[in-house]
Design a protein around this ligand. Structure first.
Ligand code: MSP
Length: 636
């Protein structure tokens, strides 16, 4: 039996997990599940990185021990993984004995090679990154290229690993194994780093106390990155469970975002080379998940509300969206309205309708699964496409091209929907002559659904199980594996089908809208984000106006009556801004007014335009201008 060992990075416990961590972990879960479908013996590792200065600092702030702090945060990861249906085999904590004994053994082995030496480190250090930056790596003015903070000059007695010694060997390995680092762009990046020359790396910190002591000099604590990288072997029981280690090492895939490829594609392989262990087969890096184009950051309030979106669309739709929407190696901007669009188009419409329609017609016209008795060339096209889709999916999976995998499956889904249309299957119940043709088409459609259920199962495990139940299959492994769809005709005619029910029901948009109203971050809704053309935008006549008069509207606590000067013309505008602006402070302010709105009467007063403002739940700020301009000037 083949084995498949996949890892995610172990995530820092200096904060709770967010959607970025979820993205990597869901992708790893898809690969693990896919290899289980193939019949491989899979070991899927994820976990948390609990040592180092940053974590110690957060614990100090909270006035608890780092261990107690990590004990609070680590479960927030396992809780999220459960919610996201992550099928990991081990959740490694770097504070566990398993890891500590493994690291000790690994560091001893490294020390024995003679590739570790003691020296003085002087260099520019970024505390949040917990790493030194060489001159070549620094941003402008000696700043950290990631955090943009000024780097600190640090001098320390450290132990070093002779990384530079492995430079040529690494270059050779990458040339000989072009698939070692994926995608190719990352591989080229690493090659150019290697070609400009490597410096030795320090592997200990004298100033940090929260970590694992070096076994050969316990006054020094292992540098968190060196210790963390070895998790990939300590999790296999490097210092104890030889069997598991022998079975699964080398890893098939180390998965991560592009931020930490250098550690995985340079330092980690060199350490393995030093102790003569085989290198991981692939280091696969994906892009950043962003929100409104910006890096996720809790402190800056840039986050993805996973709970809300999972509640609205369901977990499988969320997983589907993440892997369908973005090309894995590139950055991707998370947009709830795109999730909604995908839910409606791909899931409810394409897949949901195929299942509904097919099962509806079967249950109305047949007693159980019909028999395929009248094969013709159209049927063969569908059968052929099923085969091609299975092999396409397999080859795209080896490239972690999830978006293309899903697109290939959906091309098939749409083809089967077209087959139903082309054959007008619903009209064939009329006569006994055509009923057998109807039975054949519906049988093939159900077979297609059986294939689809297997192919989507790594991405959407619950949906796959629901489809299986509805087409009358049980949940045994025999019907779940890739083997089971190798041959067309696996469904047994005459078998009773399950109860048809919508797998992607219509969304309760009202509920979602109500939720959005109460959340700080307003998401655009699909139906509201219909794109408009430039011409449509230019239909708006926006002008600069100076407020010359302002007074409260009697008996209306939100309204002010304004007179605005548009150059040659004065207008009266009623604006709901009274709770945010006193009339006096408005006089002389320049604002932007929509001047070609139809006049409306508000509380009996005619409003001849609209003043623009930024409006949040609690805030309202008038859109003003950077500099004074002539009233009446067009805004475009
Ligand atoms: N502890 C180290 C990793 C050690 S592995 C031996 C670390 N931890 S981390 O918590 O910062 O996690 C970084 C990883 O989290 C990224 O490589 C990626 O897998 C995931 N992501 C964090 N934010 C992300 C996005 N915004 N987008 C995509 N992935 C993100 O580095």
């Amino acid at each position: 039996m083949s084995t498949f060992y996949i890892t995610t990075p172990i995530y820092y416990t200096n904060a709770e997990p967010h959607a970025g961590h979820a993205y990597t972990t869901i992708a790893a879960d898809v690969l693990a599940r896919y290899h289980r479908l193939k019949g491989d013996e899979v070991f899927f590792l994820t976990g948390v990185d609990e040592h180092g200065e940053n974590i110690q600092k957060v614990a100090d702030l909270k006035e608890i021990s780092p261990q107690a702090y990590c004990d609070q945060v680590a479960p927030t990861f396992t809780t999220l993984w459960k919610r996201l249906n992550i099928s990991y085999d081990i959740f490694l904590r770097t504070t566990s004995e398993l890891h500590k004994t493994g690291v000790t053994r690994f560091l001893n082995a490294l020390y024995e090679t003679g590739d570790i030496y003691k020296g003085k480190y002087e260099g520019y250090y970024c505390r949040p990154c917990e790493r030194f930056f060489t001159e070549k790596e620094q941003g402008v003015d000696k700043t950290c290229p990631i955090h943009k903070l000024r780097l600190e000059w640090v001098e320390e007695d450290n132990y070093f690993f002779a990384l530079s010694k492995f430079q040529d060997q690494l270059i050779k390995h990458i040339h000989e194994n072009p698939e070692f680092i994926q995608p190719a762009a990352r591989s080229n990046e690493i090659l150019s780093v290697l070609e400009t020359g490597l410096e030795d790396v320090s592997i200990s910190r004298a100033s940090v106390s929260w970590g694992i002591p070096l076994p050969f000099d316990p006054d020094h604590i292992s540098y968190v990155w060196i210790e963390a990288l070895s998790n990939y072997i300590t999790a296999l029981g490097f210092a104890g469970n030889e069997d598991r280690f022998q079975t699964f090492w080398p890893a098939d895939i180390h998965l991560m975002a592009k931020d930490i490829v250098r550690f995985h594609a340079i330092i980690w392989p060199a350490m393995l080379m030093a102790v003569d262990l085989p290198l991981p087969k692939h280091v696969v890096a994906h892009g950043w998940l962003t929100k409104d184009g910006e890096a996720l950051s809790k402190t800056r309030g840039i986050f993805i509300d996973m709970d809300a979106d999972i509640e609205t669309y369901g977990l499988d739709a969320f997983r589907y969206y993440l892997l369908r929407e973005f090309s894995f190696g590139n950055d991707g901007d998370y947009r709830p309205n795109r999730l909604q669009a995908r839910y409606n188009a791909d899931l409810a419409n394409d897949l949901g309708n195929l299942l509904n329609r097919t099962l509806g017609l079967v249950s109305k016209n047949f007693d159980g699964i019909p028999e395929p008795t009248t094969p013709d060339s159209l049927d063969n096209e569908v059968i052929q496409m099923a085969k091609e889709t299975i092999s396409k999916v397999d080859s795209l999976m080896t490239q972690s091209a999830f978006d293309m995998v899903l697109e290939a499956i959906w091309e098939f889904v749409r083809r089967v929907n077209r087959y139903i249309h082309q054959t007008q299957v619903w009209t064939l119940a009329k006569s006994e002559d055509t009923r057998s043709r109807m039975g054949t088409i519906l049988y093939n459609s159900m077979e297609a659904l059986r294939v689809i259920a297997v192919l989507i199962s790594p991405f959407m495990p619950d949906t796959a199980a629901r489809i299986r139940r509805q087409i009358g299959l049980d949940d045994s492994t025999a019907v779940r594996g890739l083997d089971s769809i190798g041959t067309w005709g696996g469904l047994q005619s005459g078998r009773t089908i399950g109860k048809p029910e919508p797998i992607f029901p219509r969304l309760d948009i009202k509920k979602r809208k109500a939720r959005d109203k109460t959340s700080d971050v307003q998401e655009p809704q699909a139906e509201e984000v219909q794109l408009i053309s430039i011409d449509e935008f230019q239909n708006l006549d926006l002008r600069v106006a100076t407020i010359t008069e302002a007074e409260k509207v009697p008996k209306a606590d939100k309204l002010l009556r304004l007179i605005v000067d548009l150059g040659g013309e004065k207008r009266q505008v009623v604006a709901g801004i009274s709770q945010h602006y006193a009339p006096d402070e408005l006089i002389g302010k320049q604002v932007v007014v929509v001047v070609n709105l139809q006049p409306v009467k508000i509380r009996g007063i005619e409003s001849q335009g609209m003043v623009l403002a930024a409006a949040g739940d609690e805030t309202l700020v008038l859109a003003t201008l950077d500099e004074h301009v002539t009233p009446g000037t067009t805004v475009r």
